[in-house]
Design a protein around this ligand. Structure first.
Ligand code: SAH
Ligand code: SF4
Ligand code: F3S
Length: 452
């Protein structure tokens, strides 16, 4: 049905000729944007270099934290000025922010210049909504319930050597601080055969690395007619023969011994694990509804490191969850010192309307939270710098993935463990595996020389 709408738009003389998609949020959104771009391309539009030169600008929004929302809205407002210069400009807003109850209506009221608004559940219906918007003078709004999986959508991939594959949608975990289950719907998995077929096609087109996406990949396959486990899926994908396989995100409560075993014996699954702990204190973990405690989490880390000694371990942490005391916060610092993560993504708690945590009492001030946050960051940077120092003088194998935009170290690359390495070299190295000797490092990255 949508393909028909795509053809109709192609034939419309006054349809937009170019598009620009602006993406906020996680990898899942980044991949959704690749699909949106694929549909727009098939409608006959060219990708514009920036938003000022496009006929259609689409904002794919995130609402996981307050600042993500504010950034998106700020940019939409700015486009109003651009529109004054280019009256033909069409503006669309989609994604997680719009999927919140009542939000689409609110946006259209406050931002009267928006032509099109739709949620995450309607993503695959962009052609139909676009056609509606083109045929009427009024704004088109569509937000429906989440329950479908649309297969066979066109994709305009950002990179040629690495690709995202979504293996499951939604989340059923309802961590008390998190809006994702409300805006991404119930957990549902794609058929294993469809995922393997997508991977095979990517392999045949020369892709060297795939990243499997889901809010909780460890519970992949539960609702399928013939249930399979994530470990079984990984095993099947390992046999496809793509050199590097990565995945995210894993919930610690569902990290099975079977998965650790498959990873330890695989040929292509990278020794990387993003295992968000969120907090180091048992009482806070309970109030977050995480379904594990500190000891259980540390047991998973120990198992992973025993089975895969080279594993690069990363995490997400929330500081200032409602009711967090200074003592409870210290448990997070202690846990981080114990685990010594390879990288940490740290966030100050942001209240999300409609989530259980939003109505929990919260006595700590903004300053308390900022002070804790700074302390955690300091601890994270210290560990990271120590780890980087250990690399100096060593030779590591990397996949070169792009340009840095800098003169001195113009290329960026990643080790199998997921560490960022900047190096100097010709652009033709992008997409290749090479050996790099590490010469220096700071908190954020390693720096190296090619072929020594
Ligand atoms: N599904 C993934 C994470 C999705 S959101 C998982 O469970 O690990 C990415 C990260 O954002 C979360 O891990 C959490 O650390 C952070 N986050 C989510 N909601 C938040 C909130 N309300 N305030 C601050 N950080 C939040
Ligand atoms: Fe949010 Fe928790 Fe689901 Fe992750 S597992 S998306 S933090 S509810
Ligand atoms: Fe944001 Fe939606 Fe991802 S809320 S973090 S873009 S799932």
């Amino acid at each position: 049905e949508q393909r028909q709408y795509i053809q109709q738009i192609r034939l419309m003389p006054d349809a937009p000729k170019s598009y620009h998609v602006v993406t906020y949020g996680c990898q899942m959104n980044a991949h959704d944007s690749e699909i949106l771009a694929g549909m727009l391309r098939d409608m006959g539009m060219e990708e514009a270099a920036d938003r000022e030169s496009a006929d259609f600008v689409l904002f794919n929004t995130c609402c996981v934290r307050d600042n993500a929302e504010r950034r998106a809205l700020g940019n939409v407002t700015w486009l109003k000025e651009v529109r004054k210069k280019n009256p033909r400009l069409m503006i669309g807003v989609c994604g997680c922010m719009i999927q919140q109850p009542g939000m689409a209506e609110k946006i259209l009221k406050q931002y009267r210049f928006v032509d099109l608004a739709f949620g995450t559940a309607n993503l695959y219906r962009l052609p139909e909504l676009m056609l509606k918007a083109l045929e009427s003078d009024r704004a088109v709004v569509e937000v429906e319930e989440q329950n479908t999986i649309a297969e066979g959508l066109p994709v305009q991939r950002l990179r040629h050597d690495a690709a995202y594959i979504t293996i499951m949608y939604g989340c059923d975990n309802y961590c008390t601080y998190c809006i994702v289950p409300y805006v991404r719907g119930r957990e549902r998995s794609r058929e294993m055969s469809a995922i393997v077929a997508e991977a095979e096609a990517l392999r045949d087109s020369g892709v060297k690395e795939i990243m499997l996406l889901g809010q909780n990949v460890n519970s992949y396959g539960k609702g399928l007619q013939t249930p399979v486990t994530f470990a079984q899926l990984l095993k099947a994908l390992d046999d496809v023969g793509i050199p590097r396989i990565r995945f995210m995100t894993s919930h610690p409560k569902d990290l099975s011994d079977e998965l650790i075993d498959v990873m330890a014996h695989s040929k292509h699954i990278l020794p990387q694990f993003h295992l968000p702990v969120q907090h180091g204190n048992d009482e806070i973990l309970r109030r977050m509804n995480r379904h594990y405690n500190r000891a259980q989490y540390l047991d998973r880390v120990r198992k992973l490191r025993e089975a895969i000694p080279a594993i690069g371990l990363t995490t997400d942490i929330i500081v200032g969850f409602p009711g967090e005391t200074d003592e409870e916060f210290e448990d997070t610092i202690k846990l981080c010192d114990e685990v010594r993560y390879d990288a940490m993504f740290t966030f100050i708690y942001s209240k999300r309307v409609g989530t259980p945590a939003a109505s929990m009492p919260d006595a700590a001030t903004r300053e308390d939270k900022q002070r804790r946050f700074d302390k955690l960051l300091e601890a994270a940077n210290r560990v990271s710098a120590e780890k980087h120092a250990e690399y100096i003088g060593k030779t590591v194998r990397v996949l070169v993935d792009g340009e840095t935009g800098k003169d001195e170290y113009n290329l960026s690359s990643r080790t199998n463990g997921g560490r960022l390495v900047h190096l100097a070299g010709d652009k033709s190295l992008i997409g290749q595996f090479i050996d790099v000797k590490i010469t220096s490092g700071n908190t954020w990255a390693l720096y190296g020389k090619v072929g020594e």
